[in-house]
Design a protein around this ligand. Structure first.
Ligand code: C2E
Ligand code: MG
Ligand code: MG
Length: 657
């Protein structure tokens, strides 16, 4: 830094540093009363001693004016002492105070110099003493305002020393020299003090800035750690933190609240068909639709994947909960624009109330999950409130799980077989193996129940093996033109090793793989589309056939069927129940039959119970059918007898007409 610049910095540093100016004025403000106290006391003391010797305008009026000015400034200070200074006002104020210090310096010096010639040597010495003590006192009070202090020091020392030198008295000359030297020392002290003060202010400012930065960083981190970056909704962690806080508050106040869990139906398919980027867009859209539903006391969060959570701070009545849930479900079921197409999704929501449904956070969450589970199974796209029915289900489910774990599955698992029938030749063409479980404690457990529970615990892998062995043992005894259709779960094809295990079991059984068809439901293939595709391809390459079971109950689209190596599609019985009375069902069955024909796939129509249904589906072009009309599932030991009389059974259809 050049000399000139340093000098400029020394004089006007405050101009370019508003924050420093604020600190200077704050520090000075504390000294103002003392400054004027020194000025007033000293001035009055000198005025009083010169009462007799000096003229009245010098000993009374002028000091009175000067003292009034001091008092006015003091009053002003009193009024503004608590004001908050900004950078701009501080700089202007600092300049004003500097000029004022200069003016006061000139005024008081002039007054004392004018007074000097009056009175005796004692009184002159008093004036010199007055100047010296007042100057030192005022300079110390102005310590934080370097420019003002140096200006005052220069004015007083220069004027007074010059004046003393010109008196010609050696004592006064010595005094002048002394004053000048002390003045220089004071200037150095002011400079040193000011530097230290400025350094402390800068250090404090930096500390504050770094504290603010740290605070900002930790705020940012906290925000990032509690927000889901895709949807901008609070994340799972934040959801549970709010849930815990609400539970604590609820227990303390005796109030309640509601927890809802939302799961999207059909999201997996969007992801598989249109890709993950489109899936992300759908999730973002879901996030903004949920946010649009938010209102005071209603919070939404993304818990992961296509699962969302909602907290309703008020304990709502069941009717209000259903209404709110339906509003959310309606918002979610509006069509989504994905990659230029329209995707249909829906959301199911399970509600549980705290503390009625669960007295802990984990319990109430579990209950909401149970309600959601129930909804996903039987009330998709609708709100479900946790009830004792779900509680009974949870208990039953854990009982069945326990028994499944400890049961002798080899002995307790059985199979029934239901024929698949050709309407044209009027002969059975194959049999579907249906698992049955007779437990010593629970009795007969429905396949839908034990299979669903076994799927959740992976016990299904063992069950599939046991049943497949038994089914192949039976199939080995049937005529060679009959195939075995065997149901698989998603878990059975969830890895290539598992698919390989099935192939090995078939190979070891001696039943030609061409006679074995594996059925898999839509929901099973949609769980992990790519893995399902590679497992099914392996199974096909081993010579077995693969069928898509319960077609129409999930969210399959044509592109699904097309991209998986199916040989057969089985139309779910829900379309068949009213095929003879409902034109929509009839159209669906017809279009699936047409689709199969076009794609060169076999088609089995499931669940035929009446001759009229059979007639309609036959007219629509169906050949392979299955249902109670032809045969209910039968025990393995009954199959031989059935097959023996089967051609006769063919006319059962005619007989029923
Ligand atoms: P699914 O594979 O679609 O089997 C057909 C179901 O429909 C069977 O019920 C059968 O008894 C029933 N059914 C057949 N014809 C008619 C009819 O005309 N009317 C009515 N109302 N029902 C009919 P089931 O045996 O209770 O099996 C239910 C489901 O459990 C099966 O549906 C299948 O998804 C699963 N399942 C059964 N056995 C096994 C198995 O060994 N492994 C696996 N993974 N799943 C199995
Ligand atoms: Mg089946
Ligand atoms: Mg089926």
């Amino acid at each position: 830094m050049g000399r000139l610049a340093r000098l400029r910095e020394a004089r006007w540093v405050t101009e370019s540093d508003p924050e420093l100016a604020c600190s200077q004025l704050q520090a000075f403000s504390r000294q103002i009363p003392l400054l004027y106290f020194i000025l007033l006391v000293n001035t009055m003391a000198v005025a009083v001693t010169h009462w007799q010797s000096a003229p009245a305008w010098l000993s009374i009026y002028l000091p009175a004016v000067l003292c009034t000015l001091c008092i006015v400034r003091c009053i002003r200070w009193w009024h503004v002492r608590h004001r908050v200074l900004t950078g701009d006002t501080a700089e202007a104020e600092l300049r004003q105070v500097t000029w004022l210090a200069g003016l006061f310096g000139v005024a008081f010096s002039a007054w004392s110099l004018l007074l000097f010639p009056y009175g005796t040597a004692f009184e002159q010495a008093q004036v010199a003493f007055y100047m010296a003590t007042t100057l030192v006192g005022c300079v110390f009070c102005l310590m934080h305002l370097r420019t003002a202090a140096l200006l005052l020091l220069s004015i007083v020392i220069l004027s007074f020393s010059t004046f003393l030198v010109f008196t010609g008295y050696p004592v006064f000359i010595a005094m002048a020299i002394d004053m000048t030297l002390v003045g220089v020392a004071l200037a150095v002290i002011i400079q040193l003090y000011y530097r230290t003060f400025a350094d402390v202010v800068h250090a404090q400012r930096e500390l504050q800035a770094s504290q603010q930065k740290t605070q900002r960083l930790s705020d940012d981190n906290f925000r990032l750690a509690s927000i889901d970056s895709l949807t901008d909704l609070p994340n799972r962690r934040s959801f549970f933190a709010s849930l815990r806080a609400m539970a604590e508050q609820s227990l303390a106040t005796g109030s309640g609240f509601n927890v809802g869990l939302i799961d999207l139906d059909g999201f997996k398919q969007v992801n598989d068909i249109y890709g993950h980027a489109s899936g992300d867009l759908v999730l973002q859209e879901v996030g903004s639709r949920l946010l649009a539903q938010a209102e005071p006391g209603l919070f939404f969060a993304r818990l992961g994947g296509d699962e969302f959570g909602v907290l309703a701070q008020q304990r709502l009545s069941d009717e209000a909960l259903v209404e709110l849930g339906q509003r959310i479900c309606d918002a979610l079921s509006a069509p989504y624009r994905v990659a230029g197409n329209i995707a249909e999704l829906s959301g199911t929501i399970g509600w549980a109330a705290f503390p009625e449904a669960g007295k802990t956070v984990a319990q109430v969450f579990e209950r909401a999950d149970a309600a959601l589970y129930f909804g996903k199974e039987s009330r998709r796209g609708k709100p479900v409130i946790f009830s004792t029915e779900h509680e009974t289900r949870i208990r039953r489910s854990s009982l069945v799980t326990q028994e499944l774990r400890h049961a002798d599955l080899e002995a307790e698992l059985l199979l029934e077989f239901q024929p698949i029938y050709d309407l044209l030749t009027r002969r059975p063409i194959g049999l579907e193996a249906l698992g049955r479980w007779h437990n010593t404690r629970l009795g007969a457990v429905r396949p839908e129940e034990f299979i669903r529970i076994a799927e959740r615990t992976e016990l299904i892998l063992h069950i599939t093996e046991v049943l497949l062995h038994k089914a192949l043992d039976e199939a080995a005894r049937w005529p060679c033109d009959l195939f075995l259709s065997f149901n698989l779960s998603a878990v059975d094809i969830s890895t290539s090793a598992r698919a390989r295990r099935l192939i090995d079991i078939v190979a070891a059984s001696g039943v030609p793989p061409q006679r074995v068809s594996f059925e898999i439901t839509e929901t099973a293939v949609t769980r992990d589309f790519e893995q399902a595709r590679s497992s099914l391809t392996m199974i096909k390459q081993a010579g077995c056939r693969v069928s898509l079971d319960d077609f129409g109950t999930g969210y399959s689209s044509l592109s699904y069927v097309h991209r998986l190596p199916f040989d057969t599609i089985k139309i779910d019985r829900s379309f068949v129940t009213d095929v003879d009375s409902n034109s929509a069902s009839k159209k669906i069955v017809k279009s699936v039959l047409d689709l199969c024909r076009n794609l060169g796939l076999e088609c089995v129509v499931e669940g035929l119970e009446t001759a009229s249904q059979a007639e309609v589906v036959q007219a629509l072009g169906a050949r392979a059918v299955q249902g109670y009309l032809f045969s209910r599932p039968m025990r393995a030991c009954a199959v031989a007898a059935y097959l023996h009389t089967a051609p006769g059974q063919a006319y059962a259809l005619d007989a029923q007409r």
